[in-house]
Write a protein that binds this ligand. Sequence first.
Ligand code: FE2
Ligand code: FE2
Ligand code: FE2
Length: 165
Amino acid sequence: MSNSIEDLKAAFAGESQANRRYLAFAKKAADEGYPQIAKLFRAAAAAETVHALNHLRALGEVKDTTENLKVAIGGENYEVVSMYPQFIKDAEVEQDKKALSSFRHAWEVEKVHEALYREALASMSKEPASEDYYVCPVCGYTHLGAINDKCPVCSTLGSRFEKVV
Ligand code: FE2
Ligand code: FE2
Ligand code: FE2
């Protein structure tokens, strides 16, 4: 692999992480009463997204939607069958409750993502439905259509779910 390809991969990972880190910092700044600093974090986060997407495209890793769904299925499946099971074991051994809760939530939701992506791939040639997806703000549970009751993974009220537009 050329240095530039390796550099692009490293830069994509770094910029992606900076984006999520800054969004978390923005929420914290807002909670602490610093709305302008929260805005700065959100602005920088938006810029890091631009950088991350540029790096990913330069890597040639954004293909057509059929290919992208296959990549997404592969990534979710890896997390479901390999990555999170091992991480959950590690957290159990070390009795790290925060890590365990975070991993268990993610593991349950990645199963749903894999299924949703598989359904999407299978029905690409059909008439597209126009329904909204809703995401649990606590565990990330992802659902096609509003949740009337509670989140099946973490019991958060359905009314707190965020609609994805
Ligand atoms: Fe950047
Ligand atoms: Fe996922
Ligand atoms: Fe949840």
